[in-house]
Design a binder for this molecule. Sequence first.
Ligand SMILES: Nc1ncnc2c1ncn2[C@@H]1O[C@H](COP(=O)(O)OP(=O)(O)OP(=O)(O)O)[C@@H](O)[C@H]1O
Ligand SMILES: [Mg+2]
Length: 464
Amino acid sequence: MYLGIDFGTSYSAAAAIVGGELQLVRFGDAEQFRTAVFFPERVPDPADFTLTPALEAQLEAQLRLARSQQRQLADAATARGQQPPSRSDAELRRDALRVVRRQWLEDRTRTASAPVASFQHALFGDEAVEGYLDSGGGNLIESPKSMFGYRLDPQVRRVIVHIATHILEHIRLTASHQFGVPVRGAVIGRPVEFRSSMGAQGSVQAIEILREAAAAAGFDHVTFLEEPAAAAMHYHRSLASRQHALIVDIGGGTTDVAHAQLGGGVAPHIARSWGLPKGGTDLDVSISLHSFMPQLGKELIRLPAHHYVDAASVHNLPRQREFQQHDYRMLDEPWGSRLRALQQPGATTRLNQTAERTKISLSGASRHRAELDFIERDLTVEAGSADFEHAIGSFLGQLERTLAKVRDELPALPASVFLTGGTSRTPQVSACVQACFAEIPLVRGDPSLGVVSGLAVAARGIAD
Ligand SMILES: Nc1ncnc2c1ncn2[C@@H]1O[C@H](COP(=O)(O)OP(=O)(O)OP(=O)(O)O)[C@@H](O)[C@H]1O
Ligand SMILES: [Mg+2]
């Protein structure tokens, strides 16, 4: 059986067409789950290396080996009448330490990325976030998709593949249980352009990671479909007559656009697609920087701005690690204490959740009071529409420029725009799309399920 899988930056969902009917996979009571996984084991961090007595013994053994090699080299050089190599004992010790440290890291990584079955206690979705906040330790990985296209060292890449494996295995097993047959094939959605630190190569790496993870999770056959093309297949089913349509999917991590010929009982034809690797999670970071970080001294004290950006970027593990390593003991009060509170386990995750809640609230109301009592007792921030407009301005500008380019490159004005994705729930965002195509109707799809529904249609097509 083939499953359509929307592996979203913020939420994941899966569905299949069974007996001609769309059936969503249920995760507990819900039709999607937050793309987060928590597991109590620690991911090895090179900064954790300390010389235990056992490692001390390894170091001494390594050093003895290096000294004896040095003596042999010296003897050989003297025999040839050459200058013997001279490396001080301190240099030999430094090299030996490097070898022991590397060996330690490799051992730790091997344990951390042991077969999936060893991650017995993993939690998914909101339970993952709660489990992490309750335990105050272990690892929470939120929105791993945001990292697929980033330059990753081999150990981090292995960990990311395992996390993706875990999520895909969770989906496969839940679906197999629900449908009563082993699910072995999938059509997985992909953005037109993944978020990337290495241009187009980022998308290549992201697909490799997903392929490896899907194979390890027990999928024997996997194909990929661009997310807006999937949403187009879903829209297609509702169109009685043939038309040119524009599909706009504004999600958590990316904004994806497709131009397609749809409807009229003829197979859909996707003509072109465009990608902007920005989405709702960028709005959360903006709100955090604009409304919350001034409470921690941003633009009030002489601390480089990147400290605040690092702290707000919860989906970027290296940036989070960077923030954790700063020493804020010398700063004036209350900034020092507040920044140290933000360095406590789980605090940046809480701040990000508060920013997301503020965004969702200001998408419907003119004011929102955010409580930051995990930073300092009774600390609250009042944010209003003007703050929201300011925080989302940069994203709206990028969206507008992308849609203007799309409009320029279209052969003719489409008959309609089909809008989906969770971020389209922000009225300013949907108004921006509407304004860019003011002459044609804006059709609102289900913001959460448009993509997965289309992936299920595509998956049925393969199975037939
Ligand atoms: N009522 C709301 N108002 C504004 N934003 C919302 C609302 N509800 C959800 N969102 C935002 O929608 C985003 C998630 O949308 P969606 O589920 O379409 O993304 P995704 O599929 O996980 O991500 P992507 O497709 O980019 O990989 C999140 O940033 C979330 O905060
Ligand atoms: Mg999506």
